[in-house]
Design a protein around this ligand. Structure first.
Ligand code: C5P
Length: 419
């Protein structure tokens, strides 16, 4: 693994990344740009990797040891973290004016980058153009995430945390076998979710008003998709029942697309009768139009208002906890609660009322967390064979939160008496 570090404040996290890569069994060689050395010392990376750090293209001594073309051929994977806007621009243009860009141009290795920069720089059309260009050239971009930035801004541009980068690497092809060892040491023996079928609802639902309009909500589907990815990595057979979202299907996941709550309800019921764990992560619309218009509703010139008659949608998750299969059992059911106040009391009420086994409660009023964001925090409450439990999960990438939720659900499942 060739770890490229460029000049961003996130460079200090690259030391931890180098450590995790080493722990995963990777042979790691580090190349730093000139600017990166202003943020973190090459000696730090040398101590962590046990290899001399390369910083210059025109270094006769280093070139005598391993020439840059040789180094480019040596790498199976080039991972750049952090990748600055400037580096992205140079790579997109094929410029080779320092060691790192030259190696990238000369290498046929798998190329992965975790960009990090100020949010305005990331959003700039030039950077977006370069990001698209790099992806077209075969680069995998991990992140950036949204959140508070070192410069005081809030928005997209934060480098993914080293642990999240490792988790992403675990899903990529040639880097996968190495990173997996670190992320999921269990894989060498039995995976913790092997043999389990997990069904997960995700995203919003769309309730038609007429052929061109609908009622919906801001759910991005990110949490449900993160749960599906993690559960698959842990060996489960995963079916994702997805409302309309613009996310790629995680590798190995079976995805069934639905639009309305009624469709999601029918598919969920079918799958719930055959799964071990059902996670209701979707933001299901509580109401739908009683009678969607057959043709586009026209604006009435003579009236100032329009009244829509809505009727209640089925409560998918409550229906599933009421289910019994032939043997008198039902899946372990995890629900979500998005609240803006009194998190714990509303969550407890939902846990009881919907007869859930576990609830993941989020405060969606917290800035930068929840709907559409890449991070979230949660209060977990559960009931299992050992009684009741609870845990506060601090703000973290949704992927890591997903891992904690799945781990807890699997632990509960093990202690659970047959329903
Ligand atoms: O909307 P509410 O806060 O009641 O949602 C709590 C939980 O119930 C979530 O897990 C959600 O996916 C689920 N739900 C459902 N069917 C509905 C409404 C909510 O399965 N009609």
């Amino acid at each position: 693994m060739l770890l490229g570090i460029s000049a961003g404040i996130a460079a200090y996290k690259s030391a931890q990344l180098a450590r995790l890569l080493k722990q995963a069994g990777c042979e790691v060689r580090v190349v730093m740009t000139e600017g990166a050395q202003a943020f973190i010392a090459p000696l730090t990376l040398q101590a962590l990797t046990g290899e001399a750090v390369r910083t210059s293209l025109l270094d006769p001594e280093a070139e005598a040891g391993m020439g840059h073309i040789e180094l480019a051929r040596w790498a199976d994977t080039i991972l750049i973290a952090p990748g600055t806007a400037d580096l992205m621009a140079r790579l997109a243009l094929g410029i080779a004016d320092d060691l790192l860009t030259t190696l990238c141009l000369a290498s046929e290795a798998e190329r992965i980058m975790a960009p990090a920069m100020n949010q305005a720089m990331w959003r700039h059309p030039a950077t977006q153009r370069n990001a698209a260009c790099l992806q077209q050239d075969g680069w995998r971009l991990l992140g950036p995430e949204s959140g508070e930035q070192a410069c005081g801004d809030t928005g997209p541009g934060r480098m993914l945390e080293p642990e999240a980068i490792m988790a992403e690497l675990a899903t990529l092809s040639s880097a996968a076998h190495l990173a997996r060892q670190a992320h999921e040491p269990e894989q060498q023996t039995q995976l913790p979710a092997q043999g389990l079928h997990i069904a997960i609802t995700a995203g919003p639902t769309r309730e038609p008003l007429d052929p061109v309009r609908y009622l919906s909500n801001h759910s991005s589907g990110k949490m449900g998709y993160a749960l599906a990815a993690v559960a698959t990595e842990l060996g489960a057979q995963v079916t994702l029942i997805s409302g309309p979202v613009s996310l790629p299907t995680p590798e190995g996941v079976t995805r069934i697309d639905v639009e309305t709550a009624v469709e999601m309800h029918a598919t969920s019921r079918r799958l719930a009768s055959e799964c071990d764990l059902f996670i209701g992560c979707a933001a299901v619309a509580d109401y739908r139009a009683e009678a969607p218009a057959e043709h586009k509703i026209k604006k009435r010139v003579d009236e100032d208002g329009l009244t829509l008659k809505l009727i209640k949608n089925p409560d998918i998750i409550a229906d599933i906890t009421a289910m019994r299969d032939a043997a008198g059992g039902r899946p372990f059911v995890v629900g979500f609660a998005a609240e803006t106040r009194d998190l714990e009391s509303y969550a407890r009420d939902k846990l009881e009322r919907k007869r859930l086994d576990m609830i993941v409660a989020n405060n969606v009023a917290t800035q930068g967390l929840g709907f559409g964001a890449d991070h979230n925090a949660a209060l977990l409450l559960w009931r299992d064979g050992d009684g009741e439990g609870g845990e506060d999960l601090p703000p973290q990438p949704k992927r890591e939160l997903a891992r904690m939720i799945i781990d807890r659900a699997l632990a509960c499942l093990n202690t659970r008496p047959v329903h």
